[in-house]
Design a protein around this ligand. Structure first.
Ligand SMILES: Cc1ncc(COP(=O)(O)O)c(C=O)c1O
Length: 300
């Protein structure tokens, strides 16, 4: 991780190395924290944050889902994110806002715990640094929506993904694919998944997955391009028989999938629809697509 100069913590810009929380912080012990992953890009007119408002919406939704009172309103966090990128002179990279229950009480209920809010940013290249990725279907099902708030970005939800990626350590697989509790395709440990079949895009419907902001962006791009998008239950067998497959995520952007459980998808090459959508997405995030410039927040 490449450190930058400052981190915004509870209203102040503090030196990177001094942005600390107590070891007895509640979230560290029980996993109730809300966070986001956001990217800033070197865009046409200077650095811009992509879909900042959608990420802030999801952060506040996630915090509300665990009854976490946010100490700062949306406008304050929005201004802090922009100012942080500017102060750190980050031209391109990743932002990590997090709201956590801090130090003060030690019992499962976070009711009386104070809330700490931070935003960090740093330069960060490709999350899945491969032209195409090979996946293994995990034996851990995606944590079901009746056991957690599956559509919130909560720290504790990630234990599920950690167990899944631990299984592929030391293997040739790059990422995992989790199924939902009914055996339908859900998502990767940090990505949503799409399949191309007969010229249309198919993706798991909302419910057991994180409603990805990149997923929504790619669906909008596809529809604008006249490509049909179908949100539905997808059985693993259908996934393996797809013509093309790809992941989406803020960190992963659009990453083509080569194989799943050693079965090569389509011809094992980046397919034409994946290539087209990836190209438009990468143009959109850098402000090269007038249609999607509204998603950019200029840092100035
Ligand atoms: C489990 C999971 N699914 C999907 C995504 C993709 O979401 P987004 O496109 O909003 O980054 C992420 C990343 O945040 C994730 O962690």
């Amino acid at each position: 991780m490449d450190a930058t100069q400052e981190i915004w913590l509870n209203g102040d810009f503090v030196p990177w190395g001094e942005a600390r929380v107590h070891v007895l912080a509640h979230t560290l012990h029980y996993g109730a924290g809300a966070f986001e992953g956001v990217r800033a890009y070197r865009a046409e007119g200077g650095t811009a944050i992509f879909r900042l408002d959608a990420h802030l919406d999801r952060l506040f939704y996630s915090a509300a889902s665990i009854q976490m009172p946010m100490r700062f309103d949306r406008a304050a966090l929005r201004a802090a994110a922009i100012e942080l990128v500017r102060r750190n002179r980050l031209e391109e990279g990743y932002l990590r806002p997090i709201a956590l229950f801090g130090y003060g009480v030690m019992c499962v209920s976070p009711e009386r715990a104070p809330v700490d809010v931070a935003i960090a940013c740093w330069p960060w290249g490709a999350y899945l640094p491969h032209e195409m990725v090979d996946l293994k279907i995990s034996r851990y099902p995606r944590i079901p929506p009746n056991a957690t708030v599956a559509d919130a970005k909560l720290t504790g939800n990630y234990l599920n993904g950690i167990l899944a990626v631990n299984e592929i350590r030391g293997t040739r697989y790059h990422e995992v694919l989790l199924l939902d509790a009914c055996g339908n395709v859900a998502e990767g440990s940090g990505e949503n998944v799409f399949f191309v079949k007969g010229g249309a895009l198919h993706t798991p419907r909302l419910g057991a997955i994180l409603p990805g902001i990149t997923r929504a962006t790619v669906m909008e791009i596809a529809r604008d391009e006249g490509i049909e998008v179908v949100e539905r239950d997808i059985r693993p067998g259908e996934a393996l028989a797809a013509d093309e497959a790809f992941f989406t995520g803020t960190a992963a952007e659009v990453t083509p999938i080569r194989s799943i459980d050693d079965r090569v998808i389509g011809g094992g090459e980046v397919g034409p629809i994946t290539r087209r959508l990836r190209g438009i997405y990468l143009d959109a995030v850098r402000g090269r697509e007038a249609r999607y410039r509204r998603f950019l927040t200029a840092v100035g």
